[in-house]
Design a protein around this ligand. Structure first.
Ligand code: 20M
Length: 460
């Protein structure tokens, strides 16, 4: 039978060889994870609990896993005697297969300026100093949910700015919908990335994110969606029956919100003639909102144009901020080409044309879950101290070829000083350490729920 999630193999090959490389007398390795800067000035920490619960909690070392790792690594690492069988067997026999590791981390949902420690790791058994950095590879994967949450947070701030200037900021929760499932690199990425977006918003089509929310963040229902057409359900009626395809949408979903992609042939004709004339009465008498979706062309040109058409056909009001808001029976969604840069350009173009941000929602796929990497927030994990012969000594790198890569030294903690986060040495931390022990010796010590994380993002 295949073994699932063999922790011994969830690492880079070279790390398998590292246990022989620390200075003799080394009993502890203390390492930390930080975001060293990047696209956004602060980082929204999210996702660690998923990795702990899925890969680190409980008994993670078994005889079968040792045997599997031995078999794979003996042929993979092309030198004799590389695999640390004795070390892993020690974890199995002395610790019952639970990891003698302590992980401290900033609370999930905290927003921390870049350049600060977010997470620290140290081994709790002096016989196993190599274990700390063995799990680096796995732990650093937290860069992904953390960066998605951060980017989605800053996209939210952009939308909020325009809602405040031109409309109703209370609409924010559903203004950026996750369309990213199909563009994700895996179901696992879609689940954790999708849930990271839902830290900031409530709209998603990535159902896997709901599964991750239920299984790892105590959230029964993390996000919501509505019925909508895709091109196949419209074009299957044939070009001459576009109007029948649209009418069918109104009939099949007689109340509530329904979205209809309307660019299969001619988006302007669809808005003017089909929605605006032929089906106008049916749209107006429907108890709900029709959401028209363009899906091609330059949104900076298409959106103002279709808003003008829909405004002239269905009417609009001018709100107290002086911006036009369409008849509530009709709205627009833009789900093509949305990322953190285009979002602002589109909202600005609509504002310039006199349209409130209330009229529009955005869908984003690749721009939300894929157009980012570990360098977006410059995520790194480094050793900053080791205990050698009973004494803690600093460990840090400071390459002459790039002093920007100089790392922090000592056992680090995160404090709040004058209302700001600050990374200091443990010896200098006279106020509360904001890094909470979340994992120790195989046990998850604190369990966060999505609703508490959402609250923290809004307050902290
Ligand atoms: C339609 C419209 C919005 C969100 C979601 C849908 C339906 N799902 C879709 N999924 C897709 C996936 C991939 N590509 C395209 C699509 S789609 O565009 O065809 N639709 S929305 O963001 O416009 N919005 C409508 C209003 C709604 C929230 C979601 N309300 C909730 C309370 C108040 C507004």
């Amino acid at each position: 039978m295949n073994i699932e999630n063999n922790l011994l193999l969830l690492t880079d090959s070279y790390k398998v060889s590292h246990y022989k490389q620390y200075q003799p007398g080394t009993t502890r390795v203390f390492s930390f994870f930080e975001s060293r800067g990047g696209r956004y000035p602060e980082t929204l920490f999210f996702g660690l609990q998923y990795y702990i619960k899925k890969y680190l909690e409980g008994v993670v070392v078994t005889e079968e896993k040792i045997q599997e790792a031995k078999e794979i690594l003996k042929n993979h690492l092309v030198s004799e005697d590389i695999f640390n069988e004795e070390g892993w067997r020690h974890i199995l026999e002395v610790h019952g297969g639970r990891l003698p590791i302590e992980i401290r981390a900033v609370r999930e949902g905290s927003r921390v300026p870049t350049g600060n420690v977010l997470l620290t790791v140290v081994n709790t058994d002096p016989k196993l100093p190599w274990l700390t950095n063995y799990i680096e590879t796995l732990l650093v994967e937290v860069w992904y949910p953390m960066t998605v949450a951060t980017q989605s947070y800053f996209m939210k701030q952009t939308i909020l700015k325009y809602l405040e200037e031109t409309g109703n900021p209370e609409l924010i929760e559903f203004k950026l919908h996750d369309f990213g499932f199909r563009g994700s690199t895996s179901v696992e990425s879609a689940g954790i990335g999708g849930l990271a977006h839902l830290v900031n918003f409530k709209g998603t089509d990535t159902i896997q994110a709901l599964v991750v929310g239920r299984n790892y963040y105590k959230e029964p229902m993390a996000g919501f969606s509505i019925p909508a057409a895709e091109h196949s359900t419209i074009t299957s009626w044939g070009k001459d029956h576009e109007v029948d395809a649209y009418r069918n949408m109104l009939n099949q979903y007689p109340t509530g919100m329904v979205a209809v992609v309307s660019d299969s042939y001619d988006i302007f004709h669809a808005c003017e003639e089909i929605w605006g004339n032929i089906l106008r009465e049916e749209v107006l008498k429907r108890n709900g909102t029709l959401i028209v979706r363009p899906d091609s062309g330059d949104p900076l040109e298409v959106l103002p144009k279709i808003l003008e058409i829909l405004g002239s056909k269905f009417g609009f009001e001018v709100n107290e901020k002086g911006y036009k808001v369409l008849n509530p029976r009709i709205r627009v969604i833009q789900g093509d080409g949305i990322d953190y840069l285009s979002l602002e350009k589109i909202l600005e173009a609509l504002k310039v044309a006199g349209w409130s941000a209330d009229n529009i929602a955005f869908g984003s796929g690749g721009g939300l879950l894929q157009k980012l990497d570990r360098d977006t927030q410059k995520c790194a994990f480094k050793c900053s101290a080791t205990e050698v012969n009973g004494e803690w000594v600093d460990a840090m790198k400071d390459p002459i070829t790039d002093h920007g890569k100089k790392s922090k030294a000592g056992r680090l903690s995160l404090i709040v000083k004058d209302g700001k986060y600050k990374t200091v040495r443990l010896e200098e931390a006279f106020t509360e350490n904001m890094l909470v022990t979340v994992f120790k010796n195989g046990h998850l010590l604190v369990e966060y729920g999505l609703s508490g994380i959402r609250d923290r993002v809004l307050t902290a």
